[in-house]
Ligand binder design. Structure first.
Ligand SMILES: Cc1ncc(COP(=O)(O)O)c(C=O)c1O
Length: 476
């Protein structure tokens, strides 16, 4: 055997560890499955939050080979047991995560076949599936078939793609930037503001619109500010509304705002990352009237469709506007571009190679149908109402009736109310049975409850009320 061949065979023996045999696969899969089952079975009694920090050294990379059992122990103690536990029913802070089991199975398959989901030439099936899901969303939100879309990593990138398209359709660049105006709510999610900076619009004029007592944009204020800016020779070009704000779950008056935006030829972007799929609920559908008027829309299946983190979506009506920044060609892409496809995901996103996200949404929708998703959303709405009733009975004060499943509340005090409520939240975090977060509403410190985990049930809410009452008793 010549030397070269010997070297190759020797290396092949070592690299063979990356391709376990069927027996080895079965063995490690069983260990992972056992871990997953214990994790899921224990969830009802595990805490929703631990303030303990992870030990970085537990993850150290060395040349030592470790058994899977040992690695699962590290995973359990240093990852799963620390911080907020998104899989827990008791995660009621920020915007809770999902993580339905069938999506995990889809991800397993996706990683095994490792489909290249960025280009139709590479994986016509993966791309067709993504298109089908986007078509479903188009019909849900009243977008025309001609709209384009993308399954993104989350709401932030979805918002960024929408806002980039707005910028490009209106050709906002150079000296025009400082004269261009964007209208938005002070309650808008910060990912939109971040996106404006990332896409070079840091110097744009931002008009914060007035809100009513339910934290919704007042359309008349938008109209007045817009007129004034036009009189002053500025260039109003973009309105961003929310269908479900993070702080209070408010849905802006989408139709009235849309009508004004259209009249003055503004790009209309709606951030529906949290609230969008509540459109499936018959009780709440009406709130979304006007969403079909948006030029671009961000929604997050990893929020209101209960998927594991890593799945957002954007829809944009003007294909050319999206293509302007996202479609690109290169010599090494010539084979892919020779293929006549509808729209490649890579044409609508900063990503080229991407995770094949479609399966983690398609499989659950096919396996369970849409009804359990709708029921789950309606259940969350009712649980929010139930929580508000229960804590008011206990003496808490609550914010206005929410549109969706986020509400805020506080314990009233004659003096040092904010300080008392901060201590209350610290107690809740120390206890960890449930996880809640806080915000400021018109400068006032309030505690938030966001019901969005598919695992949150009536017992969870009763537990949360119990923990709150006990914390007040302890502090009083
Ligand atoms: C209303 C809203 N928009 C956008 C985002 C950002 O989404 P992501 O965290 O998926 O990037 C969030 C996140 O909570 C949100 O609540």
């Amino acid at each position: 055997m010549d030397d070269l061949k010997k070297q190759i065979l020797a290396l092949s023996e070592v690299s063979g560890a990356l391709e376990p045999s069927e027996n080895e696969r079965n063995k490690i899969l069983k260990e992972v499955q056992q871990y997953a089952n214990i994790f899921l079975n224990n969830l009802p009694t595990t805490k929703a939050y631990s303030s303990e920090k992870a030990k970085k050294e537990a993850f150290s990379i060395t040349s030592e080979v470790k058994p899977l059992q040992k690695l699962l122990e590290i995973y359990n103690s240093e990852v799963a047991a620390k911080g907020i536990h998104p899989a827990s029913a008791g995660h009621l802070g920020y915007i809770p995560g999902g993580g339905i089991y069938s999506s995990a199975l889809a991800d397993y398959l996706v990683d095994i076949t490792n489909e290249y989901a960025g280009l139709s030439f590479a994986s016509p099936g993966a791309v067709a599936m993504e298109h089908e899901l986007l078509d479903w969303m188009k019909s849900l939100f009243g977008f025309p078939e001609s709209a384009v879309g993308n399954l993104t990593s989350g709401g932030s990138i979805a918002n960024m793609i929408g806002l980039t398209s707005a910028r490009d359709q209106h050709k906002i660049k150079g000296a025009k930037i400082e004269k261009s105006v964007v209208y938005l709510s002070p309650q808008l999610h910060h990912s939109c503001l971040k996106a404006l900076r990332i896409i070079g619009l840091e110097d744009i004029i931002i008009r914060h619109l007035q809100l009513d007592s339910n934290s919704k944009i007042i359309p008349e204020d938008f109209s007045e500010k817009l007129q004034k800016d036009k009189e002053n020779n500025l260039k109003p070009f973009l309105l961003i509304a929310s269908a479900g704000t993070t702080d209070t779950g408010a849905v802006d008056p989408l139709k009235e705002l849309g009508e004004i935006a259209k009249k003055y030829n503004l790009w209309y972007h709606i951030d529906a990352a949290y609230g969008g799929f509540f459109i499936l609920s018959e009780q709440r559908k009406k709130l979304f009237d006007g969403i079909e008027m948006a030029d671009s829309l961000a929604v997050d299946p990893h929020k209101s469709l209960f998927l594991p983190f890593g799945t957002g979506a954007v829809l944009v009506k003007d294909k050319e506007a999206v293509f302007h920044s996202h479609h690109h060609s290169a010599n090494y892409m010539q084979d892919a571009h020779a293929e006549v496809s509808r729209v490649d995901p890579a044409d609508v996103s900063p990503e080229l190679t991407k995770h094949f996200r479609a399966l983690r949404l398609w499989l659950p929708l096919q396996l369970h149908g849409i009804a359990p998703f709708t029921a789950c959303l309606e259940e969350k709405l009712l649980l929010t109402r139930y929580f508000r009733e229960k804590i008011q009975e206990q003496g808490f004060k609550v914010g206005p009736e929410p549109d969706l499943s986020v509400t805020y509340f506080w314990w009233p005090q004659d003096e040092n109310e904010d300080e008392f409520n901060k201590s209350l939240l610290r107690e809740i975090h120390k206890d960890g049975t449930v996880f809640l977060s806080s915000t400021l509403i018109e400068g006032k410190f309030v505690i938030r409850l966001a019901v969005l985990s598919f695992r949150t049930k009536i017992e969870t809410i009763d537990r949360a009320v119990g923990v709150l009452v006990e914390a007040v008793r302890k502090l009083s």
